[in-house]
Write a protein that binds this ligand. Structure first.
Ligand SMILES: *Cc1c(COP(=O)(O)O)cnc(C)c1O
Length: 380
């Protein structure tokens, strides 16, 4: 029998029409700092329903300039979740601020508003919340805390483009919301990210921070009537995305609703099969949210050895994964902050039992059936 190809936990869906859009830009005059970037930003704004967008070269860069734009004194505290990709809290450290973790909820694995409240001190200035796996956090409760304590809100929605809370899309709640266009995410530009906001001043600052803090972009300095003068106002970076990536993003964005639909269909097939296996706990979806399903994670009963299960599935060519190793467990964080895992009982409990199953739009029903059959046959 022919061996089955390895099924990764996530991957991009790029078709010929995406590729053609990239080629058109590569043959044009502007391959970076050109018109496609604004077009991509405008399309993102139109999709999400926000006023402003700054597209950059990664989700990590987007987080970095979002935090930088707040211009907070060194050492201020930023509360975030430890159950995320390290980039979320690294952005706090890049800016000489102090990450403070709040524990997660045991049902959604999103940051727990009650624990946020406990972690607030007079030095707390920001909350960065992550919509884990694509499910929006308890945004109403988080916003109430931010209002009561006068804190900025940054939403790391790298998992959650297209997700909704109430009837509104993620991107309309925090002061700034971050997206990533890495290939495992919903839509891709190879590498890429964006910050969306409704605040004009914030938008203008982010635009400069993306490009060295310089107040005139390349197009404004181009051609016979332009002046040589420009001013560097902030210590910005070069976090620019290219025009051919933006063209890919525009083309991908047109397919986003279809991708989310397909992810939803695959998730319901998973639920049908896995619901019958007694050592598997399915993900819980809250009412009044639209889950974007970046990740499909299950919890294994404590009778199951997760690491054995992981090895077994990998041997069957199924790219299971663990999202996430709690951030405070990484050696850099241990060396710098030495936080006590016992302070995060829900995070620790979930971390021990969780496993990510493959989910991406190019999978089909047969792939899901294959994976579920293998899970069902696991004997420990
Ligand atoms: C992917 C991801 C990021 C970083 O995005 P990049 O585009 O890979 O830099 C940040 N936060 C979360 C939660 C992510 O999943």
């Amino acid at each position: 029998m022919k061996e089955r190809k390895f099924i990764p936990y996530g991957r991009h869906s790029i078709d010929d029409d995406d590729i053609n859009e990239v080629i058109k830009v590569l043959k044009s005059d502007w391959i970076t700092t050109g018109p496609k970037i604004k077009e991509f930003e405008d399309e993102l704004c139109a999709y999400i329903g926000t006023k402003y967008c700054v597209a950059v070269n990664s989700g990590t860069s987007a987080l970095d300039i979002a935090v930088q734009s707040l211009d907070l004194p060194k050492g201020c505290e930023v509360i975030t979740t430890p159950f995320t990709f390290v980039a979320t809290s690294n952005a706090i450290i890049y800016n000489d601020l102090k990450p403070v973790f709040a524990d997660i909820c045991s049902d959604t694995f999103n940051i727990d508003p009650a624990d946020i409240k406990k972690k607030i001190t007079k030095n707390t200035k920001v909350i960065i919340y992550v919509d884990y796996a694509g499910q929006p956090c308890s945004i109403k409760e988080i916003k109430e805390i931010a209002d009561d304590f006068d804190l900025y809100l940054i939403e790391d929605a790298c998992h959650a483009i297209g997700a909704e809370y109430g009837q509104k899309k993620v991107g309309n709640f925090a002061d700034m919301t971050i997206f990533s266009f890495h290939p495992v995410k919903h839509i891709t530009t190879g590498e890429g990210g964006a910050v969306v906001t409704d605040n004009k001043e914030c938008y203008e600052k982010l635009s400069l921070l993306r490009t060295h803090g310089i107040d005139k972009n390349t197009m404004e300095r181009f051609g016979p009537d332009a002046s040589w003068a420009y001013d560097m106002k902030y210590l910005g970076r070069n976090y620019r995305i290219t025009d051919f990536q933006a063209a890919l993003g525009i083309s991908q964005l047109k397919k986003l609703e279809g991708f989310i639909q397909k992810r939803n269909n695959l998730v319901s097939i998973y639920a049908d099969y896995l619901g019958k296996i007694d050592f598997v706990r399915l993900p819980i979806v809250k009412s009044k949210v639209r889950h974007a399903w970046h990740l499909y994670t299950i919890l294994l009963d404590s009778s199951v050895n997760r690491d054995k299960f992981f090895k077994y599935m990998r041997t069957e060519n199924i790219g299971v994964n663990v999202h996430y190793i709690p951030v405070y467990r990484h050696s850099y964080y241990i060396n710098q902050f030495n936080m006590n895992p016992k302070d995060f009982p829900n995070t620790e409990d979930v971390f021990e039992k969780i496993i990510t199953l493959p989910l991406y739009p190019k999978m089909n029903d047969k792939d899901i059936l294959y994976i579920c059959n293998k899970i069902n046959n696991f004997t420990g």
